[in-house]
Design a binder for this molecule. Structure first.
Ligand code: OGA
Ligand code: MN
Length: 217
């Protein structure tokens, strides 16, 4: 298996974004914040407040019947302390991405996610297939923060990032398998990279976000 060399944070975190269209940032957020966010997922799950991802707002996308996670959308106006810390880091990331990649990223949508044992998410793209004349804001950048302590190779649940389906990267490999370890953030262009979650053999927690461009009128 290929090992990913994480980009150091925060010195030049995003240099690989411009080069390859994706990057991996380890220790994106403090271990305490990671623990708090993971505890929030556990609590929401015990209270039956996680919703099946195949229903609701994302029902129009493909492959949802096979998608096994449950999610909880976050609202910055009702954020916990740990979530506020996260939103602050993401705002700083948004500014850096806009400066370095000239993207015009405007807003963020994000949800906590829990993949139970045995679940997966088949290969897909994060950008909705909208009509060319649609004025809706589009997902530009996908960012997934992992919240799993002591993840082992045999736990599975890798994020498989397909690299050459569109000939988007210069790397001469078909895909990267990225372990969902605590504090790791993976960032990639939403319209360019097919990806999937391989079957997980342990409950797998994450906070998934998308930066959107501005809606046009
Ligand atoms: C998604 C997704 C990947 C992951 O939520 O769209 O692809 O590693 N998640 O959790
Ligand atoms: Mn996805």
């Amino acid at each position: 298996m290929l090992t990913v060399t994480p980009t150091p944070h925060p010195s030049h975190p995003l240099s690989q974004m411009a080069e390859n269209g994706f990057c991996v940032l380890d220790n994106f957020i403090s271990p305490d914040t990671v623990l708090c966010l993971a505890a929030e997922i556990s609590a929401l799950n015990s209270d039956d407040k996680m919703q099946a991802a195949r229903t609701g707002r994302l029902a129009a996308t493909v492959n949802l019947k096979l998608r096994g996670d449950s999610i909880h959308w976050l609202d910055e106006n009702q954020a916990s302390l740990a979530q506020l810390t996260y939103f602050k880091e993401m705002e700083s990331l948004r500014c850096q991405l806009n400066q370095q990649l000239y993207l015009g990223l405007h807003s963020l949508e994000c949800h906590l996610a829990l993949y139970p044992i045995g679940s997966a998410y088949p290969k897909h793209l994060d950008r909705f297939q909208l009509h060319d004349d649609s004025h809706l804001a589009q997902r530009q950048i996908s960012c997934i923060l992992y919240l799993n302590q002591d993840w082992l190779a045999e736990d599975g649940g890798y994020l498989r990032l397909h690299l050459n389906d569109d000939g988007v990267t210069m790397l001469n490999i078909a895909h990267l398998d990225i372990a969902p370890i605590a504090g790791r953030l993976i960032v990639f262009l939403s319209d360019s990279f097919y990806h999937e979650v391989l079957p997980t053999h342990r409950a797998r927690m994450s906070l998934t976000a998308w930066f959107l461009n501005r809606q046009t009128h």
